[in-house]
Design a protein around this ligand. Structure first.
Ligand code: 26Q
Length: 822
């Protein structure tokens, strides 16, 4: 479709021209990074026309738009993905080839845009891709962090965090939009005044500090449809640049403070995944991007519409978890204090505009802000929260007279805290979970009282992933093979991938499929050799667990099982054992001790096992440093086994599970999150399921947990493995190194329950499932069928399906077509 514009010679000339104007160099003299920049600017230039066209069309047609508010957008690299969606990847590759440049090498020059932690941030990125591809008007709104997710180095087996200076070389795809800057105010006090002319109450913020929010736009390209949406991320700048005369006026201190405030607000992404830390700066970040985004959205609305009382007809705000929930009182504030609406009018608009997605049931992830912190930082917003709470509590008391228990559980303000989830549910017109099981648990456990009071708000939207990045771009061999077999319709309609099902019975097709998997394993083996210096055999089973490190995800269960296998092989060298490569990738939050200890343990086991000649390389353990979107694409393509082993009920959905499935790796997992629906689609015979069910887990939890010591004393092989945490086997004789992990499993020393995540309880059932994996893999006919059926049955898990459901049930958007610019 873009082929005309990718007239090869013109594109090549543009790249050369860019190298000249940017660097005063000839192409032969330019560095790889410089060529990356030059190519990207040439691509951006082509994007510009469609971007312009799309936005004019939206304005002309005055269409309803979704604003996806998120503290995180884990975009990864843009160049390759943009080319895929412009349907120009092959042509650009050829053009560069002719210039002696390898596109893959150039792509590797681009730093990941890692403005997110994990699942929640990557989901936001997949959603933007799907929205553009499905022709829906959408903005992503977030923060332009100077430093994204930290870079992980492994030193002596330990994680070391280093800053991610992703903007160092400049970001060729972004556009600074100074003209849309907005002021955001913090702190001070509120003066109350009756306006003598209008007779209305007015609330005036005084003695505040403020920053200027400046938007940067990044293009989000739809696949082959000329739609270009916008990811708008906000940078902060001091309102008055540091001025000498303010020094003279004695405001020197204030001037410096404003500079500092601006700099610190957008400095860095908080690297906590599924864990709340009540830091003032985090709340500042939240209010900063929400206030700027809402001011801009209202201004934009008013450019083409006259009555803000009807804002909800043209705007819907989706809040990605509670992190952007301050949007509720901020929207009330803008509508009342700036637009002059009454409380009732403003509440009517707000409750028809805002919707909330919940991503976790983990108690430690719930955002609760201390009232004194909240009210000092956001005095006017706090007044509004109080009024929302007051009115809601009245409603609860009217509906449940004498039942103060209900107030205790559902009020926004309680026990000196602002409970953000309660506010999101009370003000939102939609509350959704991210997989069937997760939504059921929300309704029946965590959010039971809210569900009883307002059942109509609750709905499920099972997550999805974009096949454009995770198959078309990440696994070109398989992508071409699929297209060869069933045509390229799957790229925008993944349901069509089910047409592969008959090929599972076709021996030749199975062989081709396995051959592609093998080549992808060779590609990953090369990456591992280059980055870890470890030789792995691509004929071994690639058993992969990549995701954030968290106790509930149970990387510890995986590595304990590796230790158990190693003991077995040492003891019974004659035992038949299919060679296995256990691959891990995971970042731990910087202050999360047990998580960091787990990384050290994995690396120590790797050290011991990989260097033990006596086991003939039957087991290899690899910890891939700095797991991120760009290397994830290589990893999913090369996986044989997808480890999805969270304690049942804890993983809201998971999305890595879907990426593995799409790439033909069967799931080894618990009945948790979206695994349940994966099994529904592919059949239980094409997955390896083990462990407690979510009901069983919840049952134990409601009855004070369980006692792991019974299991410990009755399973000597497991006991031996756990004892090895303390006997120095994997610690060069150090008996203290893993004591936190040991204690977390058995005891006593720590305040929380022993084995909170049921690792001992599920161990045997996991080991059995692993045995079934080995058995299945030995039978290559059977395995290739299973693998191919996983790909063939993955159609449900496209984020295109998820987005169509959000549109139909929540957002109510219309598709817009954009004519090609030529
Ligand atoms: C909160 C307060 C302060 C600092 C950080 C945070 C914070 C940051 C990130 C809290 C939570 C997160 C991330 C949560 C997350 O990624 N959840 C995952 O969301 C995925 C998409 O829905 C699901 O698939 C995963 O199951 C869920 O764990």
């Amino acid at each position: 479709m873009y082929s005309k514009r990718f007239e090869k010679e013109a594109f090549k000339a543009a790249v050369k021209e860019n190298v000249k104007t940017l660097y005063r160099k000839k192409i032969e003299e330019a560095s790889k990074q410089q060529i990356f920049q030059a190519v990207s600017y040439a691509v951006k230039d082509i994007i510009m026309d469609d971007w312009f066209e799309t936005q004019s069309k939206y304005e002309e047609e005055n269409v309803k738009t979704v604003y996806y508010m998120s503290m995180e957008f884990l975009m990864g690299r843009a160049l390759g993905n943009n080319l895929i969606n412009m349907t120009a990847y092959t042509e650009v590759k050829e053009a560069l080839d002719e210039m002696g440049i390898d596109l893959n090498v150039i792509e590797d020059e681009e730093p990941d845009a890692a403005l997110g932690n994990g699942g929640l941030g990557r989901l936001a990125a997949c959603f933007l891709d799907s929205l553009a591809t499905l022709n829906y008007p959408a903005y992503g709104c977030g923060i332009r962090y100077r430093y994204g997710m930290f870079k992980q180095k492994i030193k002596d087996g330990y994680q070391v965090e280093t800053p991610d200076n992703w903007l160092k070389e400049g970001n060729p795809f972004e556009l600074r939009r100074e003209e849309y800057a907005k002021e955001v105010r913090f702190g001070g006090n509120i003066r109350f005044e009756k306006n003598p002319e209008t007779g209305r109450d007015e609330f005036i913020q005084e003695n505040y500090e403020s920053v200027l929010a400046i938007p940067y736009d990044m293009p989000i390209i739809g696949y082959g449809n000329h739609v270009v949406n916008t990811l708008r991320i906000w940078d902060a700048q001091a309102i008055v640049d540091f001025q000498l005369d303010s020094f003279d006026r004695g405001d020197y201190h204030k001037a410096v403070e404003q500079e500092n405030l601006a700099k610190t607000i957008v400095e860095v992404l908080y690297p906590n995944d599924n864990h709340y830390a009540g830091k003032e700066l985090r709340l500042k970040q939240q209010y900063f991007f929400i206030s700027a985004s809402l001011q801009e959205l209202i201004a934009k609305y008013k450019r083409t519409n006259s009555d803000v009382r009807k804002l909800y007809e043209k705007v819907v705000i989706q809040m990605n978890d509670t992190h952007p929930t301050v949007a509720v009182p901020e929207l009330m504030h803008l509508l009342i204090d700036q637009e002059g609406l009454t409380w009732e009018e403003a509440w009517n608009v707000t409750t028809k505009t805002c919707a909330y997605t919940n991503h976790t049931i983990m108690a430690e992830a719930l955002e609760k802000w201390p009232i004194d912190l909240f009210s000092k930082l956001l005095p006017r917003i706090y007044q509004i929260v109080q009024e929302i709470d007051r009115r809601f509590v009245n409603e609860v008391r009217a509906k449940y007279p004498g039942n103060e228990e209900k107030v205790r559980k559902m009020a926004i303000l309680w026990d000196g805290q602002v409970r953000m989830a309660n506010m999101a549910i009370i003000a939102g017109f939609s509350v959704n979970g991210v997989a069937k099981l997760h939504t059921e648990i929300l309704k029946n456990e965590q959010l039971k009282d809210f569900y009883e009071m307002m059942p109509e708000k609750f709905n499920n939207k099972t997550n999805g992933i974009t096949q454009r990045r995770f198959l078309a771009h990440g696994n070109p061999l398989l992508a071409d093979w699929v297209t060869d077999k069933i045509g390229d319709g799957w790229i925008t309609d993944l349901a069509q991938i089910s047409k592969l099902k008959p090929y599972a019975e076709d021996e030749k097709a199975r062989k081709e499929f396995m051959d592609i998997k093998y080549q992808n394993k060779v590609r990953l083996a090369k990456y591992i050799k280059e980055h870890n210096g470890i030789d792995v055999d691509p004929r071994s089973i690639f058993d992969v667990q990549v995701k954030r490190l968290h106790e509930y995800k149970r990387q510890l269960l995986n590595i304990l099982h590796v230790m158990y296998l190693y003991n077995q092989i040492k003891e019974h060298p004659e035992m038949s054992f299919y060679p296995r490569t256990f691959i891990f990738g995971a970042k731990a939050a910087a202050g999360y001790q047990r998580a960091k200890e787990t990384i050290k343990l994995i690396n120590s086991v790797a050290d011991v096992v990989n260097n033990d000649r006596s086991i003939n390389g039957k087991i290899k353990v690899v910890f891939i440093e700095d797991y991120r979107v760009s290397n994830a694409e290589l990893i999913f393509a090369a996986a044989d086994v997808s480890e999805q082993i969270s304690t049942a009920s804890k993983e809201a959905s998971g999305t890595g599970n879907m990426k593995f499935m799409l790439n033909g790796a069967p799931t080894l997992g618990t009945m948790d999150g979206a695994n349940v629906e994966i099994v529904e689609e592919v059949g239980i015979e094409n997955a390896f399921i083990f462990g407690l069910s979510s009901e069983e887990v919840i049952n134990y939890e409601n009855n004070g947990g369980y006692n792991p010591t019974d299991i410990y004393f009755n399973d000597w092989e497991l006991k031996r493995v756990i004892d090895q945490l303390m006997d120095g086997t994997y610690a060069k004789g150090d008996h203290e190194m893993y004591k936190n992990l040991y204690n977390s499993l058995l005891n006593t020393q720590c305040t929380d329950r022993a084995d909170t995540y049921f690792i001992l309880k599920d161990f045997r059932s996991y080991a059995d499932a692993q045995k079934r994996v080995e058995e299945a893999y030995r039978d290559q006919d059977r395995w290739s069928k299973m693998a191919m059926l996983n790909t063939a049955c993955s159609g449900k898990f496209t984020s295109d399906r998820t987005i169509e459901e959000y549109v139909k049930d929540i957002w109510k958007l219309e598709k817009v077509t954009v004519p090609s610019g030529q």
